[in-house]
Design a protein around this ligand. Sequence first.
Ligand code: PGA
Ligand code: ZN
Length: 412
Amino acid sequence: IIEDVRVRKILDSRGNPTVEVDIITWNGFGRVAAPSGASTGSNEVAAFPQGGVDEVITDVEDLISSELIGMDSEDLTDIDSVLKEIDGTDDYSNIGGNTAVAVSMAVAKAAASSYSLPLYRYLGGNFKNEIPYPLGNILNGGAHAGIHAPDIQEFLVVPVSAKNISEAIFANVAVHKRLKELIQEKDKNFTGGKGDEGGWVPNISNYDALEIQHQACEEIGDEIGITIKPSLDLAASELWDSSVEKYVYGQDNISRDSGEQIEYVKEIIETYGMFYVEDPFDEADFDGFAQLTKAVGDKCLIVGDDSFVTNKNLLAKGIELKAGNGIIIKPNQIGSLSATYETVKLAKENNITPIVSHRSGETTDETIAHLAVAFSAPLIKTGAVGGERIAKLNELIRIEEELANPSMAKFD
Ligand code: PGA
Ligand code: ZN
């Protein structure tokens, strides 16, 4: 039974305020902080009410605690419904989706703790033994970096043949380190600066970034005997200029229309053997997603983030149109753990790969590591270095150690 709900304003990794929630039950405790995006999808729920985090502290906390105190922390779907009712809007703009999702996840953690269970086991049951492969972020561009960086937002790597999480995580950071050396050869003024998700931010072209990403994967892969594959998040909604109907690559001084964008991305996937490509088109261009999936979906994951925003109705539309074969799962895009689970379930039933993901503005909260294991998600995207990124990666090391029979996740 919930005895108290406490909400406080804390810092995120960009130095912006966010909310942290404590749920106190008579025999349990759960604490969760919410992250924030920079390249957000337009159909995401609102992160905060109009008055920001301060309004959550002054007004919303009392509203929520007066309703939730006395409820059972095991009744998560009821609690999520109550939060939705208190809010009264479609997009959580009164209480904030970040408030709602932090309460929702903290309730689940409190319930887990009342059984002395870790969250992944409480949510996933006894037989979960699969650890997700980490998508490590090695180079940042776009909205997560400065204006002289590549336009592609995230250059990622996946150690697809790693035998355990520790091997996987250290493979990713080895590539991150090697990439720094390769950048220094291309960008003489490189200062070692990093972007919001811990990848390097050099002043180089998109082409050069793709080339050295590939080179670093090959070199480190050969050195340590693991297959490491390159991946990307184009976050193309940020590149799309609707006034000229083109994707604008400012760093390269090139614009591409929808057809040219399909050809460009297809060529990148084929040239570099991309394992995973996220948001290659504007969030509304389900047709572009469908065409690319049809062309190369058998050899590459074509993943929707801004197009689906963890929303099961948008995913249902994507399934119908065959607009991708993977979906990014960010609980704060949809505002509750129950709704997040429903989206994951729909994805799995339709052979869409769920990828549990951090946001560019993060805290040291490690909950998504537990969600990835509980959902048997084959991939987790949570950076490679930086305190708020390694909080999740190190938690996966601990989880793997606890499992009786751990194995890395299967992609099929
Ligand atoms: P965001 O970016 O957290 O800034 O939305 C991450 C992503 O696009 O995957
Ligand atoms: Zn994305």
